[in-house]
Design a protein around this ligand. Structure first.
Ligand code: SAM
Length: 341
């Protein structure tokens, strides 16, 4: 990744207005974004081409989207840390959603669908099948065997799943889940602009029953748990903060409290492969065991971590478009489900 111009160190504290994306981005970065656009556009978007290109150029100007080859399973350095970028800062998202709100008011645009409509549709329908399988006591994954549930039965199953979408952005994934039959839906985002946009779009599109709340997942104020927690691109953004590795640890601590026992977490990422996400969960589970065995750990923390491993791998989407590179097949987006113990 080249040529990122960072805002001044204390910019998040000293700003009297959220910077527009154009304040933070150099011309060089824009041309990187234009190159990166071809990767993202393969998954489509809701905007017309010219508008889409302009918006995506801004959003992608940090060049965080990897070249196709980086997603193959034989990456040269699979453990290389993702470089920080502006997409890890709240000021970036506040500015982005200020632009998207203006676009919504002027042109009625819904804003960016991260990873595109095709991925969003796959995530929603795959998650629905997974939840039905779990409701019926099948845990092997959603792609096995023919299903014969009646519409009423499916509706009954899905209405029992409380759903939280972390880093919901414009909330369109929740609208898609509502179309699939889920009815108990909540979306959170730390950017007020995102929540404002999500509410307006939900009202416009006839989904006023979806709850939207401003909440930072790393310091969540939510005091309830959810059977299904979705994350499409939020962990990716969190990992791009300058303190990304630490923030990712905080993320897992927080998310493990938000997913109800027996519930599931479905993460969609363009920065981590399925294997990397599974490894990250293993590390989190190991850390909890380590904490429970450390004599220095306070008693209450020890008791909390004496529980069984928080998450275990359940299933992953296998139907994304794949490509061949260096003799291996890979996909640019991964969606993985974990079961909460
Ligand atoms: C790549 S966008 C994805 C938006 C949406 N999920 C989608 O798929 O279109 C990442 C989102 O995560 C939100 N986000 C980043 N860090 C967050 C945090 N700590 N707490 C809550 N939301 C966060 C951003 O504001 C942004 O809306």
């Amino acid at each position: 990744m080249a040529g990122i111009r960072w805002p001044p160190e204390d910019s998040e504290l000293s700003q009297t207005r959220a910077p527009s994306t154009s304040d933070l981005i150099s011309d060089d970065d824009r041309s990187i974004a234009a190159d990166s656009w071809s990767i993202k556009s393969e998954y489509g978007s809701t905007l017309d081409d010219e508008q889409r290109h302009a918006d995506a150029s801004d959003a992608l100007s940090t060049g965080t989207f990897r070249a196709a080859s980086d997603y193959s399973s034989d990456k040269e350095d699979p453990d290389a840390e993702v470089e920080p970028s502006m997409l890890g800062l709240q000021s970036y998202w506040d500015a982005t959603y200020a632009d998207e709100l203006a676009n919504f008011h002027e042109h009625g645009h819904s804003g960016e669908i991260w990873f595109g409509t095709e991925v969003m549709d796959i995530v929603a329908s795959w998650t629905k099948k997974l939840c039905i399988d779990i409701s019926e006591g099948r845990l092997r994954g959603p792609d096995d065997g023919a299903k014969h549930e009646s519409v009423e039965q499916v509706g009954k199953y899905l209405s029992s799943w409380s759903v939280l979408d972390i880093g919901t952005g414009n909330g369109l994934l929740l609208q898609e889940l509502a179309k699939q039959g889920f009815s108990n839906l909540t979306g959170t985002d730390y950017s007020e602009g995102a929540i404002d946009l999500a509410r307006r779009l939900a009202d416009r599109d006839g989904f006023s029953n979806i709850n939207f709340l401003v909440d930072d997942v790393l310091e969540t104020k939510l005091e309830r748990q959810f059977q299904l927690v979705m994350d499409k691109g939020a962990l990716d953004a969190i990992g791009l903060h300058p303190d990304g590795p630490l923030k990712r640890i905080m993320y897992w601590d927080s998310v493990s409290r938000l997913v109800a026992p027996g519930g599931i977490l479905v993460i969609t990422s363009c920065n981590s492969t399925k294997d990397e996400l599974v490894q990250e969960v293993d590390n989190f589970n190991q850390r909890r065991i380590g904490v429970s065995q450390d004599p220095e750990t306070p008693k209450d923390q020890k008791e909390a971590s004496r529980e069984p491993p928080a998450f275990r791998y359940l299933s992953h989407v296998q139907s994304y478009p794949t490509f061949m590179f260096g003799g291996s097949e890979g996909s640019r987006v991964s969606t993985v489900a974990f079961l909460r113990s």
